[in-house]
Ligand binder design. Structure first.
Ligand code: MRU
Length: 355
């Protein structure tokens, strides 16, 4: 399965030592037609890469942010003690700036908090890199667990519809919703996939199509507006997406267009599932109304690949995410098992169970 994707450089890597390394990010905005690796040496470069989706997908932020190079913040310091204090303060300050780069995805904040906590005890760049690497390894295991817990949901001989990109490009492992599909395929279940193109930035057309094709899973692209009609015609047996933040009651924020899919699925009694690791849950928010929404540049809607489509002077709204109410979700496939409604109780139990 990994052979075709194996031709790509790692989505994220760190070259050099903790004090003097370079963050290498595969620029996902150029895929699948150009392969370029960004070499990032400072905080602003990482913020820019996250904000313009060169690195993306909620769980992916774990290590995309954790590996940022903060060394330039520390000029030679007169004492080791002052340097240590400066490092701790700078890691906190840098984390606060990075967290603002994508406000909806709670994983970014979660990863940054972990890095801040881990380095509070031992403020060093080596400790920061160690924590980021631990997060990377854990995410790989989380993806595998999500795949195991969800594989049986995939209908034998059926058609699965998915949205945005939730695979290997978005995580440290096989992904979230795509991990479920990869696991089912490996287990011998045969099915086909309809991948929403996912306007405006086309993560489905560019990235999900690439990942499924590489895995040998039959995939067809779908213009976003076509999904409801095909669901109504009985052509879809399962809809599964990822999430960027899930509230305590199970309301799920995900790439804009997800809510419409969930409505169409509910109207035609097609199961709608969301796959996400526990770090995507934000039990501090009672419901989805409190999830911060990311509004992006209007030009993402008025232009395509840098070419103006809309008449000059016509503005655009560009919310990047929407919230699907828990009532429309049949189940949440997590790294800690498959959660069923009522989600508030199931989510509480998942957190009570610890790590
Ligand atoms: O804006 P993006 O491309 O970062 O949005 C990604 C999504 O909406 C995914 O569905 C979600 O992050 C889950 S990623 C495993």
């Amino acid at each position: 399965m990994r052979d075709l994707m194996a031709g790509l450089p790692a989505t994220v890597a760190w070259r050099g030592d903790a004090e003097d390394g370079v963050l290498l990010l595969l620029d996902q905005t150029l895929l699948p037609h150009a392969i370029e690796v960004l070499e990032l040496r400072d905080r602003d470069g990482v913020v820019d890469a996250i904000a313009r989706l060169a690195v993306r997908g909620a769980p992916f932020f774990f290590y995309g942010s954790g590996y940022h190079r903060v060394l330039p913040a520390f000029p030679a310091s007169p004492s080791a003690e002052r340097r240590t204090a400066a490092i701790a303060a700078a890691i906190r300050a840098e984390a606060a700036v990075l967290a603002e780069a994508r406000p909806t995805a709670v994983n970014l904040r979660w990863a940054l908090e972990r890095c801040v906590t881990a380095t509070a005890a031992e403020p060093s760049l080596a400790a920061l890199l160690t924590e980021a690497r631990a997060i990377h390894r854990e995410d790989e295991a989380s993806c595998a667990a999500i795949g195991r817990h969800g594989a049986a949901l995939v209908p034998v001989g059926g058609t699965v519809l998915t949205h945005c990109n939730t695979g290997r490009l978005a995580t440290a492992g096989d992904g979230t919703a795509l991990a479920v599909l990869f696991a089912a395929w490996r287990a011998g279940t045969r099915f086909r996939v309809l991948a929403d193109e996912t306007r405006p930035l086309l993560q489905g057309a560019r990235l999900t199509a690439l990942e499924l094709q590489a895995a040998g899973i039959p995939v067809e692209l779908l213009c976003d507006g076509a999904a409801a009609g095909l669901i109504a015609r009985g052509e879809v047996q399962l809809v599964i997406t990822g999430a960027d933040r899930i509230a305590a009651n199970g309301d799920c924020a995900n790439k804009v267009g997800t809510y419409g899919l969930a409505l169409a699925a509910a109207a035609h009694e097609v199961p709608f599932y969301v796959a996400a690791p526990r770090s995507t849950f934000d039990p501090s928010l009672a419901d989805g109304r409190a999830i911060p929404s990311e509004d992006r540049a209007a030009t993402e809607g008025t232009e395509l690949a840098g070419h103006r489509l809309a008449p000059a002077g016509v503005p655009a709204r560009n919310p990047a995410f929407d919230v699907t109410p828990a009532a429309l979700v049949r189940g949440l496939v997590t790294d800690h098992g498959l959660l069923r409604p009522p989600f508030d109780a199931a989510i509480k139990q998942m957190f009570a169970a610890g790590r």
